[in-house]
Ligand binder design. Structure first.
Ligand code: PRP
Length: 187
């Protein structure tokens, strides 16, 4: 499919500048929360959607930190994730009891992915302190009791693309978050 980027966006939801400003604000919140902790900070990016946000955020958080990534996939995922999560790429370290873990996501939607992940990290990696940082939060769609600790934007239930978020793997490279035109995903 040859998608035309210019004609695919209904409207910009979060501009490049708005994102930059918000990333700085939550970076300060993250610093304040962790600055006096005895434990090391691990920023855990969930691929692929978090890649742009993670790269920008980690440069703004002025604390000693490590990074790692997981790639998760949800079976039966159409427009909504099913909750049947499969690990496509796992963590490097097994025991994370020495770390404060900050999960970095592009979007919290139904909450199925993060509900599963938080339980998995506690069960399999001995994580005690787990916090959630997301660029976008769609609370209207929540199915699981998961909330954001450090969030940038609360958004309506629209199909969003850009700044890491995709439609059929395209548009992750857009520097802003936009609403995808309905005719593109409904045709
Ligand atoms: C997106 C997003 C979260 C998940 C959120 O990932 O990055 O991991 O969906 O949805 P949920 O709250 O309904 O579970 P996706 O499976 O689209 O993969 P991607 O990050 O590789 O695009």
């Amino acid at each position: 499919m040859n998608l035309n980027y210019e004609n695919a966006v209904e409207r910009v939801l979060c501009s490049e500048n708005e994102i930059k400003e918000k990333v700085k604000i939550i970076a300060r919140d993250i610093e304040n929360y962790y600055k006096d902790s005895e434990k090391k900070l691990l920023m855990l990016g969930i691929l692929k959607g978090s890649v742009v946000f993670m790269a920008d955020l980690m440069k703004e958080v002025h604390l000693p930190l490590e990074v790692d990534f997981m790639r998760l996939s949800s079976y039966g995922k159409g427009a909504v994730s099913s909750g049947n999560i499969v690990i496509k790429a796992g963590l490097e370290k097994k025991d994370l009891s020495e770390y404060n873990v900050l999960i970095v996501e592009d979007i919290l939607d139904t909450g199925n992915t993060l509900f599963w992940l938080v339980n998995y990290l506690k069960r399999e990696h001995n994580c005690e302190d787990i916090k959630i940082c997301t660029l976008l939060d769609k609370p209207d769609r929540r199915e699981k009791p998961i909330s954001v600790d450090f969030g940038c934007f609360t958004i309506p239930d629209e199909f969003v693309i850009g700044y890491g978020l995709d439609y059929n793997e395209m548009f992750r490279d857009l520097p802003y978050v936009g609403i995808l035109k309905r005719e593109i995903y409904e045709k």
